[in-house]
Design a protein around this ligand. Structure first.
Ligand code: FES
Ligand code: FES
Length: 171
C-alpha cells in the first residue's frame, strides 16, 4: 500500500478513480469524502444529515456502499469510487435510474441518488431480492416525501429490468 505523506501546507496527496476517471488531489485531514466528491463537481451526492444517519450521501467505494459524509477524504486513496453520475444520466440512464422514475418513486428527489446507490449495491449481490431483503437494505436511506412503498416497487422493477438485459453493459 502506498504511504501518503503530509506536505508543508498540511495536505496529503491522494490518488483514486472516480466514475472511471483518474484523480490526484491534495486533501486536508479534516475534509470528508463527501466534501471531496462535491468539490470535484459530482453534486448528485447529497448532504443531508451530515452525521451518517440518512443515506443521502451514499456512494460505492471498492464495490461497497458507504456514507461519504462521515469518512475522511483520505480514505479514497487507492480506491475506485462510483457516484450517481457514474451510473448514467438523463440521456442514457442506468436501468435502476429508469426503474425509480417509472415506478413513481421520486418526489423531491433529494434522497434518490443515495437510494439508487444502495439499490445498485443490493442488486449486484442479490439478483432477485424479496421484499424483506429490499427493506433491510434500504433501511439506512431516509426519505422525507414518500411512504417508501414506491421505492420498494422500484427496486423490484430494477431487478426485473436487469435480469432482462442479457449482456450487462452497465456498471
Ligand atoms: S448526509 Fe451522510 S448519511 Fe446523511
Ligand atoms: S423523494 Fe424527497 S426526500 Fe425522498
Amino acid at each position: 500500500m502506498k504511504k501518503i505523506t503530509r506536505n508543508a501546507q498540511g495536505f496529503f496527496n491522494i490518488s483514486f478513480i472516480l466514475n472511471s476517471k483518474d484523480f490526484s488531489v491534495d486533501v486536508s485531514p479534516k475534509e470528508t469524502l463527501l466534501d471531496l466528491i462535491r468539490m470535484l463537481g459530482y453534486k448528485g451526492t447529497k448532504r443531508g444529515c451530515d452525521s451518517g444517519d440518512c443515506g443521502s450521501c451514499a456512494i460505492i467505494m471498492n464495490s461497497v456502499t458507504v456514507v461519504s459524509c462521515v469518512l475522511p477524504a483520505l480514505y479514497a486513496d487507492g480506491k475506485e469510487i462510483i457516484t450517481i453520475e457514474g451510473l448514467g444520466d438523463v440521456s442514457n440512464p442506468h436501468p435502476i435510474q429508469s426503474a425509480f422514475v417509472e415506478a413513481g418513486a421520486v418526489q423531491c428527489g433529494f434522497c434518490i441518488p443515495g437510494m439508487i446507490m444502495t439499490t445498485k449495491f443490493l442488486l449486484d449481490r442479490i439478483e432477485n431480492p424479496d421484499e424483506k431483503t429490499i427493506k433491510h437494505y434500504l433501511d439506512g436511506n431516509l426519505c422525507r416525501c414518500t411512504g417508501y412503498i414506491k421505492q420498494v416497487n422500484a427496486v423490484k422493477l430494477a431487478s426485473s429490468k436487469l435480469k432482462n438485459i442479457k449482456n450487462r453493459k452497465w456498471r
